[in-house]
Design a protein around this ligand. Structure first.
Ligand SMILES: [Zn+2]
Length: 319
């Protein structure tokens, strides 16, 4: 009798645990969609790292109105962010969603795919082949878990919906009569970044290769690769430049971010040649790059960026 009660209690606990785990996090409040070009809108996310307060929403989800329907770029960090993006789209148009484009594997950009697949299980999702491979190897579930932890459960209920259409450097596709050109000069912020150029709109999506007055993690990136990718971006005649994080602007935002990455790498290289270790050069680099000190993320990331740039510089000196 005692034993069966105990079993019952265990079963009840397990059942309530399962119910708790299945319960989705709260809805995200609405953020405005800013029209940045004749058919292009951006929902500029809050600046910061994913946390309980922003519910993980920190990127720049966007949507493009075409003659055939709506194309969504990077629908955010969670099921809830994706649902919020869909609500903003519906304030502008009732046209069907015809495609989702993902710029890279970092979860703050694409976990919102889930909301769009819930609305239409057939909607195609485009991404770089190396993004698809990374998700196959577990990056998606890692991001779902991380995001839920960073936000103290606000993103609960989010599931992995990976891209199912691979696009690579130079590919150009027509979606609803609008041209989307994909640009991936090589590893930059990650090994799977896609910048996206829309010639008719004169719009360029920069992925996290460029952020506007915001320093982001480079743990999966390369400084030289990022500078090379930005140099390719700067050859395009775009008028509207949409960064991965921070406000939309013009080519100036790419020049400024390139200046940060290039100056950091060169300064670190110079101090390496002088024989300094990373902890010795950190305060010097902080002073030499003082003009970027007001950018959010500078204090958090500079130490890591110095270490990463040093490793990259050392490796490059053996090439
Ligand atoms: Zn990123």
């Amino acid at each position: 009798m005692f034993r069966s009660l105990q079993l019952l209690a265990t079963a009840a606990l397990l059942a309530s645990g399962a119910a708790y785990a299945a319960e989705a996090g709260p809805a995200l409040p609405d953020y405005p969609a800013d029209q940045v070009a004749s058919h292009t809108y951006v929902i500029h996310g809050p600046i910061g790292y994913p946390n309980a307060e922003n519910q993980g929403f920190i990127n720049n989800p966007a949507f493009v109105l075409t003659d055939g329907g709506v194309v969504v770029v990077d629908p955010g960090s969670s099921l809830q962010t994706g649902e919020m993006v869909l609500r903003q789209i519906r304030k502008v148009t009732q046209q069907p969603i015809i495609a989702i484009l993902n710029t890279h594997v970092h979860g703050d950009h694409w976990l919102g795919n889930h909301a769009f697949r819930n609305a239409d299980p057939q909607v195609p999702i485009y991404g770089h082949p190396q993004m698809i491979a990374a998700i196959d190897q577990g990056a998606g579930t890692m991001w779902v878990d991380n995001m839920e932890r960073f936000t103290e459960g606000a993103t609960r209920g989010t599931e992995v919906r990976a891209p199912n259409r691979a696009v690579k450097d130079g590919d150009e596709i027509q979606l609803g009569g609008t041209t989307f050109r994909f640009i991936h000069p090589g590893p930059a912020h990650t090994n799977n970044d896609l910048m996206i150029y829309l010639p008719q709109e004169e719009v360029l999506f920069l992925a996290d290769n460029v952020c506007n007055r915001r320093i982001v993690r480079m743990d999966d990136g390369t400084f030289r690769g990022s500078v090379a990718a930005i140099d390719v971006a700067l050859t395009l005649p775009a008028k509207v430049w949409i960064p991965g994080h921070g406000k939309t602007g013009d080519a100036q935002i790419a020049h400024a971010y390139r200046d940060y990455l290039d100056s950091l790498y060169k300064t670190v290289g110079q101090h390496y040649e002088e024989g300094l270790s990373d902890f010795e050069m950190k305060p010097l680099v902080a002073t030499e790059l003082e003009r970027f000190a007001t950018w959010p993320g500078f204090d958090d990331e500079l130490g890591k960026h110095v270490s990463l740039a040093l490793l990259e510089y050392e490796a490059a000196s053996f090439e």
